[in-house]
Design a protein around this ligand. Structure first.
Ligand SMILES: [Zn+2]
Length: 262
């Protein structure tokens, strides 16, 4: 099989993980900027992180014949400090034209605070000004439903943003956004639950991702979902659409996104 991993934090994964996902059929891996597990002490930490995402990590992936793409932002957890956030936002344009940058992400909210909302709005503005794709992810929200509504309302209020160029959690589907389903190893969304969602809510604008990072996570969650789909009798054609062609279609809206197989 072939698939795309649309959301993985490879800077915190081992070389063995690269070998595993390539062996399982991964054709491209996409890495949003995120919280590192600790707060950085200054914008220089982000500068180096963006260098890692745009220069070092693509080379590391290329050693295994894998295409590597990335997204840039300051994550909501570190957005409470508006001075730091502005500094990081001012660095992003320096990296945004790098050949592997697809857009702005993963942005969102953490505690739904005023400052987080201000920084979210600045990211959306940056994406609109530069016609970038947007990736929203809200895994750590204390009030996820309220937060997701705030995010959707903020993005919808900016008429320059095409919802078809935004990927966000699944409840936003009705507004024309794409939906990313994160496959967690336990509790939230296991492969069977993810397939339940697809069977009940449709599959046209959905992708599946592992969101593997430094925490408890499974880099092979996407191909493992294919196993569950086969068990339920879904066709190879449908598996290919959901796990390969759908993410390719979304990210293909950025002209920089190219696949080796096409
Ligand atoms: Zn993430």
């Amino acid at each position: 099989m072939r698939y795309i991993e649309p959301h993985a934090h490879m800077v915190s994964r081992t070389t063995d993980d690269y070998v595993s996902i390539v062996t399982a059929g991964c054709q491209a891996v996409c890495e949003p900027a995120f919280w590192a597990g600790f707060d950085r002490s200054s914008s220089r930490g982000f500068y180096d992180y963006f260098r890692q995402l745009t220069q070092y990590e693509p080379q590391r992936a290329a050693k295994f014949g894998l295409a590597h793409y990335t997204w840039l932002c300051i994550n909501p957890k570190e957005s409470e400090d508006l001075v730091l956030a502005d500094e990081v936002l001012s660095i992003i344009p320096e990296f945004i034209d790098s050949p592997n940058v697809l857009g702005i992400g993963e942005i969102g909210l953490n505690k739904n605070s005023r400052n987080e909302l201000k920084v979210l709005e600045k990211h959306v503005n940056l994406a609109a000004e530069r016609d970038q794709l947007i990736l929203v992810h809200t895994p750590h929200l204390e009030d996820k439903l309220k937060g997701t509504r705030l995010i959707v309302d903020l993005i919808k209020s900016d008429s320059r943003i095409d919802p078809g160029k935004v990927i966000i959690d699944q409840i936003a589907l009705d507004a024309g956004f794409w939906a990313g389903i994160t496959l967690y190893p336990e509790s939230k969304c296991t492969p069977p639950r993810a397939i339940d969602i697809v069977e009940n809510f449709g599959h046209e604008q959905i992708w599946m991702n592992s969101a593997c990072d430094w925490g408890v996570s499974i880099p092979l969650a996407v191909p493992k979902t294919a196993l569950e789909m086969r068990r339920r009798g879904h066709t190879e054609e449908f598996i290919d659409q959901l796990l390969y062609r759908n993410p390719a279609r979304f990210m293909g809206q950025c002209p920089k996104f190219k696949l080796p197989l096409e």
